[in-house]
Write a protein that binds this ligand. Structure first.
Ligand code: NZQ
Ligand code: ZN
Length: 388
């Protein structure tokens, strides 16, 4: 097992009708800025419920955070934080709204030029670069990214998607109420199952380091997502399926699975370029890249691929090659069973488009990817060609 630090201060309030408890976690006479997306939270009456819970605190609203949140839009909210002397932010949405809120909380009193926040990559933004950090809570409306229980964010700017990580970026509290997610369109539920699934795979199908308990937690999340995923997508009001989906998505990227193990973020990094360039939903880029990634990198990942085949997918028979082939095929079939396509051509991408994505990877420094840092642009090219 590799050395690690584990720190996660987020208070999780899980269950039906808990929005009223926001009152306990937001100091009285706070100035609060509610941040939401394109309008679903407004239309579904959720913003009103949050405002009721906030009582007579001084409440402001900022809507319009895009899917794949843009730097420029977040900076408009930063103006409000500064001008209205906001004490606490409240993200009401999915990964995009929560990520934007994390960025706004950092950018509002960042000592330098806020655009620098996009250039730290996977290094933590130094806490002493933030003159004052605005605390924030979240009300999760879409189980996928796990942003409600981690300290990462992904912000879009020009032609890229940029990670922004900081120890300050953990939500103070997050409300995880399955009934709030019942208004989700099926495709977003399916996206959420796949995003969570791939988060776990990227921290599990690497190489063995004797992290026995992390492996079993990862396998438990993967098995649960396979068990409830389809029901969560097709039976939109099935509370228990959705409750398990939500908790799997939060656990997938809260730090537990990833502590003390190697991580392979290559699927995400290639996926981010597909989203940034073609506008394909985040999770759908992962559904396309992952099966091809596992195939191209099968030699590097042989032991964990076999463990995944046997323990998660219960593939017992056949040669090693046959088991790995079957595991990759079953993974693709799982994604397709949720209604999500797994070929680049399904999203209108052509072979002649691939060099553009490779150039974007190089431009964003994504030239030594994976748990062994040897996934070069020509291997990325092979992965994308196989994903056509
Ligand atoms: O904007 P509104 O109107 O709310 O519509 C949203 C949006 O169009 C809609 N939606 C959300 N909750 C709803 C709802 N519609 C009806 N009822 C509800 N209850 O769903 C659409 C997608 O929302 P979005 O927040 O973009 O989706 P998701 O939660 O999948 O987040 C994707 C973002 O998360 C980032 C991705 O890069 C992407 O920008 N990620 C963040 C991570 C993190 N912080 O750890 C890790 C992930 O790998 C991921 O990269
Ligand atoms: Zn993701």
């Amino acid at each position: 097992m590799l050395d690690f630090d584990f720190y996660n201060p987020t208070h999780i309030l899980f269950g039906k009708d808990r929005i009223g408890e926001i009152n306990k976690y937001v100091p009285l006479n706070s100035a609060v800025l509610i941040i939401y997306g394109g309008g679903s939270a407004k239309r579904n009456g959720l913003i009103d419920k949050v405002k009721t819970a906030l009582g007579n605190r001084n409440v402001f609203e900022f809507g319009g955070i895009e899917a794949n949140p843009h730097y420029e839009t977040a900076m408009k909210a930063v103006e409000i934080v500064r001008n209205k002397n906001i004490d606490l932010l409240l993200a009401v949405g999915g990964g995009s709204v929560i990520d934007a809120t994390k960025f706004i909380a950092l950018a509002s009193y960042y000592k330098g030029d806020t655009i620098e926040l996009l250039n730290y990559g996977f290094k933590l933004v130094p806490s002493d670069a933030i003159k004052k950090h605005v605390p924030f809570g979240t009300v999760l409306t879409l189980p996928a990214a796990g942003s409600e229980m981690n300290s990462g964010a992904v912000i879009s700017h020009k032609d890229g998607k940029f990670p922004v990580l900081s120890e300050l970026s953990f939500p103070k509290f997050s409300i995880l109420d399955p009934t709030i997610t019942f208004t989700l369109p099926q495709v977003q539920v399916a996206n959420g199952v796949i995003d969570a699934f791939v988060h776990v795979i990227e921290q599990y199908i690497t190489y063995p380091v004797g992290a026995l308990i992390q492996d079993r937690i990862a396998e438990g999340i993967l098995q649960t997502l396979i068990e409830v995923g389809k029901t969560s997508v097709t039976e939109k009001n099935n509370y228990n399926a959705r409750a398990n989906h939500i908790w799997c998505a939060s656990l997938a990227l809260c730090g537990i699975v990833g502590s003390g193990v190697p991580k392979d973020l290559a699927t995400h990094m290639i996926g981010h370029e597909l989203t940034a360039y073609f506008g394909i939903d985040h999770a759908q880029t992962l559904a396309v890249v992952l099966p091809s990634m596992l195939n191209v990198r099968r030699d590097k990942k042989r032991e964990k691929l076999l463990q995944y085949a046997e323990r998660v997918l219960h593939i017992e028979k056949g040669t090693e090659k046959e088991k790995i082939d079957a595991a990759i095929q079953k993974t693709r079939e799982f994604f397709e069973s949720l209604g999500i396509k797994t070929r680049l051509s399904d999203y209108g991408v052509k072979v002649e488009d691939i060099p553009i994505i490779i150039e974007q990877l190089k431009k964003h420094g994504m030239t030594a990817l994976s748990e062994t840092h040897d996934l070069t642009p020509d291997i990325s090219q092979k992965i994308l060609e196989e994903a056509m």
